[in-house]
Write a protein that binds this ligand. Structure first.
Ligand code: ASP
Length: 610
């Protein structure tokens, strides 16, 4: 036995008893020639060791350094100078004997909450970074989320079933990582982007409630805060409709809130169609912790919705910018009517930045005295300004901001502006959690490069039953690329859903196609001929002939869910050994070249193009 207690365990009730601790030396403080304090740390906490008398001589003979591994035995003593910030702060261990179990080189950064180590250094020495309390807390939270999810799913009769990592390419929209096969020269496995087809096969096999907390691999260019390998809580159910899935999994997320954060999320989880999300919030994962809905002042060209189509409010005023723009969106910012010229100029500069890409910004100040002032006073009477402001939901004291331009860019810019203003106004509170289901996603997306339809979620997602005919009875070919929106496919909605938490997509799934014929039609709609269908998905089409039950599922982004619950922007903080933005593991220095012998065994010759 190396220890009788952990470094976080001893309390006043252990006073006058002997204890042995083992851990890492956090600090050594020499108070005088006859008194040393050493803070000893392990996963559970820190305990102060007190060296006096005889033990000092031993210490002088065997000097300690930071991060040395130490075993110390002594009597638990009540401290005269208590530390209320430390759970063990009432006591100390009066050391009678100790042993250095291992020495340590001087660590390249301090093992403290506020470390002096930069990102790169901490990643290179991640095993030391993981000793820091701040990182440890994140991993503990991750484990708590994992446990809560498992407990909930287990209670609901879900079975955790492992699926293989070495599989065949099953495209889900991203690029596959591939692994050469030595035993089958010239052939490659792919690492799964998700266990999608396996979980569907498990439904055919009768395991009607499956889950797995599983690694997924996608070889994407790493946009901010993505990892090439990430973890999903992957789930599938048979004999279910969309409503069953929504209920089951909002239950799971509520259970996680309760277990991990102690939050009773008793409100109903809001629901919104994808179209409403796009027009009212400018994106498909709205942050609904605050209002500030967008007002659409023009007839939509691409995302269909007439609900906010109010062109009369701005037309006929000879204001070219609005007249000529494809889209004009307004958003009311609460309590900002008294913005100075400097502040509105700064906002204008903000929307002109290349990342936002707008040409300018129009504002209407809804003064508290009931008057309206605007940067377009020349074109719009006060009455008209009031009508626009009212339609945008502005109250006296608010500032209405208007953006005009091409539809997609303007919608994106309005969404960014709304989020930025909410951030500045402190409306995006980390400890407030708001869940939302976004429903009725489009089934297809138009791929300009290939002039073809691609599946927006994945090719196994079923169309809304009422629109199956539209899919079957229309030729997928797009004659005129510029007019793809007139193609009937653009109107088909899917039985697909995303769960959104505080403006982040935390989960997504769909009700699946489960008939061979419809699945073949779907593949054909995506431009796959019979041969390709059989080559890529013959196993699934075949399985659908042997009594496939109706089924559907969802997968949650486990890393992201943990990050949000931990109040962090970065999923890397919640992964023990993450990769950097270039997809590298800087600790292992991977990826790396392999030996010639390995190439030989694989019968592969390297011939890099550039
Ligand atoms: N496999 C899907 C994904 O990874 C999730 C699902 O449809 O269940 O996004």
């Amino acid at each position: 036995m190396y220890r009788t207690h952990t470094c976080g365990e001893l309390r006043l009730e252990n006073k006058n008893s002997e204890a042995t601790l083992a851990g890492w030396v956090q600090t050594v403080r020499k108070i005088s020639a006859s008194l040393y304090f050493v803070d000893l740390r392990d996963r559970y906490g820190i305990t102060q060791l007190c060296f006096t008398g005889d033990s000092i001589r031993l210490l002088d003979e065997n000097p300690l350094g930071r991060e040395f591994v130490l075993q110390a035995t002594g009597m638990v003593n009540e401290r005269s100078n208590k530390n209320a910030n430390l759970p063990t702060g009432d006591i100390e261990l009066l050391v009678t004997s100790f042993k250095i179990l291992n020495k340590s080189a001087v660590p390249p950064f301090t093992i403290q909450d506020d470390t002096d180590g930069g990102d790169d250094l901490r990643m290179k020495y991640r095993f030391l970074d993981l000793r820091r309390n701040a990182v440890k807390k994140n991993l503990e939270l991750r484990y708590a989320v994992n446990r809560a999810a498992r407990n909930y799913l287990h209670q609901k009769q879900f079975m955790d079933i492992e699926t293989p990592f070495l599989i065949k390419s099953t495209p889900e929209g991203a690029r596959d990582f591939v692994v050469p096969s030595r035993m089958n020269p010239g052939q490659f496995y792919a690492l799964p982007q998700s266990p999608q087809t396996f979980k569907q096969l498990l439904m055919v096999s009768g395991y009607d409630r499956y889950y797995q907390i599983v690694k997924c691999f996608r070889d994407e260019d790493l946009r901010a805060d993505r990892q090439p390998e990430f973890t999903q809580i992957d789930c599938e159910m048979a004999f279910v409709e969309q409503e069953d899935i929504l209920n089951m999994f909002e239950g799971m997320v509520k259970h996680i809130f309760k277990e991990v954060k102690g939050i009773d999320y008793t409100e109903k989880v809001e629901r919104m169609t994808w179209e409403d999300a796009m027009w009212q919030f400018g994106n498909d994962k709205p942050d609904i912790r605050f209002g500030m809905k967008l007002l659409n002042l023009k007839k939509p060209a691409t995302v269909y919705s007439d609900k906010q189509d109010q062109p009369a409010l701005i037309s006929g005023a000879d204001f070219k910018v609005f007249d000529e723009a494809e889209t004009v969106l307004a958003v009311a910012i609460p309590g900002c009517s008294e913005y100075t010229r400097k502040q509105t100029d700064e906002l204008t500069e903000w929307v002109k930045r290349p990342q936002i890409g707008m040409k300018g910004l129009v504002f209407i100040k809804c003064n508290t005295d009931g008057t309206y002032k605007s940067s377009v006073d020349k074109f719009y009477s006060e009455e008209r300004l009031k009508a626009i402001a009212d339609a945008a939901g502005a109250a006296p004291g608010d500032l209405v901001l208007l953006l005009a331009g091409a539809e997609e860019r303007t919608r994106k810019a309005a969404s960014e502006l709304r989020l930025e203003m909410a951030e500045r106004l402190g409306l995006r509170k980390k400890e407030e959690f708001k869940l939302l289901w976004v429903l009725d996603f489009p089934l297809f997306e138009y791929d300009e490069e290939g002039n073809r339809w691609v599946a927006r979620h994945h090719p196994f997602t079923s169309p809304k039953p009422s629109q199956i005919e539209t899919m079957i009875n229309n030729n997928p070919v797009i004659e005129n690329a510029a007019e793809y929106l007139k193609h009937p496919y653009a109107t088909i909605k899917a039985n697909a859903y995303d769960m959104v938490l505080n403006g982040n997509e935390i989960g997504g799934g769909s009700i699946r196609i489960f008939q061979r014929e419809l699945q073949e039609k779907m593949f054909a709609a995506l431009g796959m001929d019979k041969e390709e269908q059989l080559h890529k998905f013959g196993f699934l089409l075949g399985a659908f002939e042997y009594g496939a039950p109706p089924h559907g599922g969802i997968a949650f982004g486990f890393d992201r869910l943990c990050a949000i619950l931990g109040g962090s922007e970065s999923i890397r903080d919640f992964i023990a050994f993450p990769k950097n933005n270039a997809g590298r593991d800087v600790m292992l220095d991977a990826p790396a070249t392999i030996d010639d012998k390995q190439f030989e065994e694989l019968q592969i010759k390297l011939d890099l193009k550039n």
